[in-house]
Write a protein that binds this ligand. Sequence first.
Ligand code: UTP
Length: 473
Amino acid sequence: MSAIPVSLLQQLREHSQTHLLSFWESLSDAQQSHLIEQIESIDLERLLQCWKSSIHPDQPDAEDRAEKARSPRNVIRQPATTAERKLWADATAAGIRELEAGKVAVITVAGGQGTRLGFDHPKGMFPIGPVSDRSLFQIFAEQILARRRRHNAAIPWLIMTSDATHLETVDFFRSKAFFGLDPDTVHFFQQGSLPALDAQTGQILMIAPDQLSLSPDGHGGLVQALCHSGLLKKMQQQGVEHFFYHQVDNPTVIMVDPALMGFHLQHGSQLTTNVVCKTSPTERMGVLVDLDGQTQIIEYSELTADQAARKDVAGQWIFWAGNTAIHVFRRDFLEHLASDGGQLPLHVARKNVAHIDEKGQLQQPSDPANPNAIKLERFIFDALPLAQQTLIVEGDRAREFNPVKNKSGNDSADTSRAALIRIAEDWLRRAGATIEPGTVVEISPLDALDAEELAAKLQCGTLRFAQNKITAD
Ligand code: UTP
């Protein structure tokens, strides 16, 4: 048995966390080292500050933010006139040139636990293809491969995983031969984790005698993880100037969207965000606003129903610009954030978290009205107010934003699959195809990335029709 390092013991005493060593004497040497390593990686001071703020939340500030917020500035709306369509075409051409020059990489954040969906594997493995059961990862991989071929571009793919998703994700890619991508161009990197705290006492929860109850540190853990992994440096060496960032749950994302990329370049933006118009003021979606002269996000939970329905002088909802979590980051902006420690603020959420009690018995609290713990997370959109130059570009909601979040109802696998079918039907019809009612259609990104490509291929007869299904592979 090893001795407990004196400085560690002192620190734990100062922060009332000595319970972490309750099982010390029953642990093997390896378990003791493992436990010490976990404890030493924690900033106890900071964690406890967050816990204190969760007991006395700063409510007036939240109200104040919503009251002070104005409609977002620097916005490019969907094109409605010929002149605006020309601007979009020019931006698309500029974005394509940047892709062809090899200056764009993709970041997929795939470290989340996907609790709402309740799927037993990393969410990227979820089968979403309406005909093929293609996984979310496969759709992204095929989009990237198709873009690489179309623009003769490298487009490195960086995938952020967490302790919760890493091994299975990497195994999945290996078992699928990286979906045809060169494995050297797909880079996995792991985000950090943070412990859950007992909501009443602020004590760190444990899940086993040698194991703290840890969970991924939020998509905002990206900045630190990217820097620590060495990938930020590596991308700089490869000539990458911009990162197209998206979440693992939206199969209809337009990967490395050339129009978004082009506007980002033309406006000299450090951080560009794709938004869509909220369907109703009360839709549960974070919105982009102008606050104290900065672009910021206000969470739906920060708005009262009255505030959410407020309109500006032009008669438009102030809080219309729903965040799709599709961003373009300039590499030097991420480097700037990383040089500052890369630590975005911590947010607190009350959740039920399993843990062992003082006797080592597993407890699984489940009262939704009184969650036992607080969990801490960083959000990537907290980078927005840190940028000098931001830009907001409105996307086509039906085409681009169909996430898989919930088990059923809105933003579920059913709605997302229906969107993939609707988009495929639309492209097929525009290409002159007739689709029998009840036919399920799906188009692989390898066959077409857009309606125009499909139309060109359909003329050449490269689509196969089988039974009552039309598939493109
Ligand atoms: P969500 O906020 O939807 O969380 O993540 P989630 O974990 O996927 O799902 P729930 O809330 O538990 O149901 C949005 C995106 O951010 C990634 C997710 O993988 C998803 O792509 N994410 C989230 C991370 O990469 N790391 C995290 O710590 C949290």
